[in-house]
Ligand binder design. Sequence first.
Ligand code: HEM
Ligand code: MYR
Length: 420
Amino acid sequence: MPYKEQIPIDKGIDNSLAMMREGYLYISNRRKRFGKDIFETRLLGGQKAVCIAGEEAVKVFYDESKIKRQGAAPKRIRQTLFGEKAIQTIDDTSHKHRKQLFMSLMTEKQLQDVVNIFKKEWASAIDKWESENEVILYHEVTKILAITACKWAGVPLSQSDASLRASQLEKLFDSAAAIGPRHWKGRQARNALELWLQKIIKDVRNSKLETPEETALHRMAWYRDTNGKLLNTEVTAVEVLNILRPIVAISVYIVFAALALFENPEEKEKLLNGDEDVFELFIQEVRRYYPFFPFTTGRVRENFLWKGHDFKKESLVLLDIYGTNHHPNLWDNPEQFTPDRFKEREESPYDLIPQGGGDYYKGHRCPGEWLTVEVMKSSLDLLVNHMEYNVPKQQNLRYSMMRIPSLPKDRFIMDRVKKV
Ligand code: HEM
Ligand code: MYR
């Protein structure tokens, strides 16, 4: 008989309320209490769920023979963040085939294109900010990124619609973990955005709308699955949103980068006229340090034993993303913001996991990770080397570990903005 050990249990018939209350720290708090990187709980209507964290946990979570995605993402997440039948919810050959479509959009040329569009939009926004009493960075960047995302993806967006679409795209991720009105607004936003894109996709297919071959809209409209069939318009719209929405979500990281600059002036010094490498250290630390995606979900394919613990077929598994990025076995002084920690560090697909871990092509790791890093580096250069601004004292810069996604309370207010 192999050695077996009972997984510690967070007692209760449904601990969803505790999870809501403790947010990013729900898993870490219990791992600390149990002195283990694994425990069992009941969530989302009392379902048994195993929570895991740390390097070994990332390896097992991304072992496809053990963990699948079908049936893992809760309905409330599908109705807001992901959409129905999205790539996040499929497995095996159909997943790999569709993943190739996403990865094919991330060529060096296309990454350069998205950064160029972003820089241009930011530059014209600065002209406007110069004449404004105050600027709320989060709202401004959300709009810049919505325009950037649509341009890059080949989705037509008029100037008059930009604010509406930016706000709807933002609601998709702002609502995912919420309850009540904030959640419902996310569902409404998804319905509206899907209808809008379905019409556009039909126009592409009827040759009413011309799109450059390399754009996401074109590739997705003409993508053929493993059976050689086009995706139906509903799923195509869901996948186009899987490009537009997360580009807008980079605004959260840009605001945290601005906060990190403000709170760590000695680090800002290092970025003055700095090169790509110093920007990269800073950006990686922003992605590690600040809370964004709390955890990701999977389901056990077949019974298996891991480190003496039973994983039962169909159980829900939560991989603690925030907790792994702050795991004391992986990071010295994890609660300190130290970009230099990345200086001599060897890259591993199993430790820095703000956008998932493992292999891009084989698993569900985020295909937009390079794009995120490039856009963040560019925004850092813009904030540090191409503009001046004051951060007024009369604002609340604190961010909550209970609110998912977290953000500085007043969304980072700037004034006296000047182009340099
Ligand atoms: C998957 C985070 C930006 C597209 C994921 C996952 C995470 C994540 C945690 C799931 C990993 C897993 O379950 O194993 C983020 C964060 C971003 C970001 C924090 C910062 C804003 C982007 C961008 C794009 C993108 C810019 C596209 C342009 C996707 C897609 C998936 C995904 C399509 C599903 C991949 C799959 O299921 O195979 N992302 N992401 N994300 N992300 Fe991102
Ligand atoms: C994206 O839009 O895909 C990137 C960033 C989204 C962050 C959303 C945070 C809320 C996630 C809720 C928990 C997800 C559990 C599967």
